[in-house]
Design a protein around this ligand. Structure first.
Ligand code: ATP
Length: 590
């Protein structure tokens, strides 16, 4: 398949801001894609070469890309750099320099998707001395054969600037329409994705074998399962009510979620975002190797930083010291951890995601060999609201965030990739209704004045509306940032700067600058109100009104463990608003 076909499709996708149109364009592209390379087309369209958990990334620094372009176009680097400064878009700059190339198109070889994918993979895999030179030559080779349009998208991909806005959910919709018999069957395809986390694999199977093939997709060791997530409520009574009168409550440890895969002595660890984090936690690898008594297993738990002297649990932020590639060993001693396991998803060939809570927990108990570094998450089965409240207080006193109350009914399966009512979290913040922390996505910013001249004054933040795969503005936040944050945030955001509002963002407010929705911050709100300007949950409570967070403050916690799609949803804000309303009306005289 010629790469030009993809480049043409990207051009069309880029020019639309309507999600439905984007799906149609993707459907058109998938239909003309030969089935055996549909996985490659899906990866490339998301700016990748393989699923995230493999950990192979295309990506080179802009400087190196410029060198490659210089070689391919015969123009010197300073000419390219000065044009880039004006255009601000390496794609456009590449388009111009390839267009002006003197060499006749007669000598150009046609670029195929397979060749592009193979070259990107080679680039990602090169290591050791000479890596940089080899990467530049490989990219220059592609650019020499590229048309201006192809060059534009190739270079955007390798510099991580291909921002077509095609989210996983958009791909799933497009697959359901093109090969799955229509959107009505999306949930089946989504389930396959939730247990394999590999959109390319799911695409190949649905394209080649249809829905029957999809039904056969199984849980596999070393393919992470997308995590099950919890809803939230603010009182033990409500929780018990929702869970048919009884539940298994577990401590909600405040650390980093990990999904550990074990096959004999081979171990891999995946984060909440399903990145491979094995290299950060050699101690956890060791725990899984020696303390899980099963040949094959997939278990889930929370890695928590502990105080070296007292053994007490420390807050999540302490774990950030372990987010590093080098000198992990020395940081391991300085910042020791404990592992609290709470789920068994697969053990010795048996898929436990379809089993109920009791069976999963019992299996977990049977395979874990406790010591002071690995334990089962503490739990309590109860029907009694007071007992639940006491357990919650105990969890807080022991350094946890609160509790997670899990359904123990017949239907209490592990719902991969879904936030649902089988798990309900009860955190300390929810006790006083408007000190909830929520996780919001940065989608725009306004320039600062006075002390903040030259940096951003306020950030435009959004919730995620899962139903329509859109980010909806909910507040402007300029409080809670330290001087360090004010330097750090623009640096992080620079990589996500875009010219116009992102196609998946809904905003009536005009920000000074726009970002692709990527970065998630934890925010503490004071009150939720109806809003004529914010688009969060618009029309849900009242016509032409959205919801807004008043007096937002950054808590200092960068939720780098969350994707934008994992941010607080608009639906959650509606629920919080209604709860707050209920509480206020309880205080009013009848
Ligand atoms: P939060 O920001 O509240 O951690 P989240 O969106 O990351 O929320 P939720 O599903 O809402 O995830 O809350 C569950 C999270 O709590 C899990 O992702 C996990 O990291 C953590 N956790 C700690 N202890 C447990 C436990 N015993 N069972 C399940 N999850 C637990």
């Amino acid at each position: 398949m010629n790469y030009s076909i993809i480049a043409d499709a990207y051009e069309k996708i880029e020019s639309t801001s309507k999600r439905l149109q984007m799906i149609d364009l993707l459907v058109d592209l998938l239909k003309i894609t030969p089935k055996k390379i549909i996985d490659k087309v899906i990866y490339l369209t998301q700016g990748k070469i393989c699923p995230d958990f493999i950990g192979l990334e295309v990506g080179i620094a802009e400087k190196l890309a410029i060198k490659a372009l210089s070689r391919a176009s015969g123009r010197n680097q300073s000419q390219i750099e000065s044009h880039l400064q004006k255009s601000g878009d390496i794609g456009e700059t590449t388009f111009k320099f390839i267009s002006e190339k003197v060499q006749s198109t007669f000598f150009r070889r046609t670029l195929s998707v397979e060749q592009v994918h193979e070259t990107f993979t080679k680039m990602a895999k090169t290591t050791g001395s000479g890596t940089i030179g080899l990467k530049i030559s490989l990219l220059a080779g592609l650019l020499s054969d590229a048309s201006p349009k192809e060059g534009k998208f190739l270079i955007r991909t390798v510099t991580r600037n291909l921002r077509l806005g095609i989210a996983d959910m958009t791909v799933l919709d497009a697959l359901a329409i093109s090969y799955g018999g229509g959107k009505i069957n999306r949930s089946l395809i989504e389930r396959a994705y939730n247990i394999s986390s590999d959109l390319g694999e799911v695409a190949t199977i649905v394209a080649e074998k249809g829905l029957e093939g999809i039904k056969e997709i199984q849980v596999k060791i070393f393919e992470p399962i997308r995590p099950m997530l919890a809803e939230r409520l603010s009182s033990p009574e409500e929780i018990l009510d929702k869970l048919d009168g009884c539940c298994a409550a577990e401590y909600k440890y405040d650390g980093e979620r990990v999904q550990a895969h074990k096959k004999g002595d081979q171990i891999a660890l995946f984060s909440r975002r399903l990145e491979n984090i094995s290299s950060q936690y050699p101690d956890v690898i060791d725990i899984i190797k020696t303390r899980i008594n099963a040949q094959d297993a997939i278990v889930e738990g929370e890695i928590v930083a502990i105080d070296n002297q007292t053994g007490e649990l420390l807050p999540f932020q302490e774990l950030m010291h372990r987010r590093r590639k080098y000198s992990v060993k020395s940081f391991m001693d300085q910042y020791p951890i404990s592992l609290f396991l709470f789920e068994a998803l697969f053990v010795n060939g048996k898929d436990l995601t379809v089993e109920n809570y009791n069976i999963r927990r019992e299996t977990l108990e049977n395979i874990i060999v406790n010591n002071n570094r690995v334990k089962l998450a503490k739990n309590l089965k109860t029907k009694n609201a007071q007992e639940l409240e006491a357990f919650f207080e105990e969890a807080i006193a022991n350094g946890c965030e609160g509790i997670i109350c899990k359904s123990i009914g017949k239907e209490s399966i592990y719902k991969a990739g879904a936030r649902g009512w089988l798990w309900i979290k009860y955190k300390r913040d929810y006790k006083s209704e408007m000190t909830d922390t929520i996780d919001l996505v940065i989608i725009g910013a306004f320039y600062g004045r006075g002390k903040r001249t030259g940096t951003y004054g306020t950030l435009l933040l959004a919730t995620y509306n899962k139903d329509i795969d859109t980010f909806e503005t909910v507040t402007k936040c300029g409080t809670g940032f330290t001087d360090e944050d004010l330097i750090k945030i623009p640096k992080i955001l620079k990589n996500h700067l875009i010219q116009n509002k992102h196609s998946r963002v809904s905003s009536t407010i005009n920000a000074d600058v726009w970002f692709e929705p990527k970065i998630v911050l934890e925010i503490m709100g004071a009150e939720i109100t109806l809003s004529p300007i914010h688009t969060c949950a618009i029309n849900s409570i009242r016509k032409e009104r959205g919801l807004a967070i008043r007096f937002p403050r950054f808590t200092g916690k960068y939720r780098s463990d969350k994707n934008a799609e994992d941010a607080t949803t608009s639906k959650e804000i509606i629920k919080m608003y209604q709860r707050q309303f209920k509480q206020i009306s309880n205080l009013m005289p009848n």
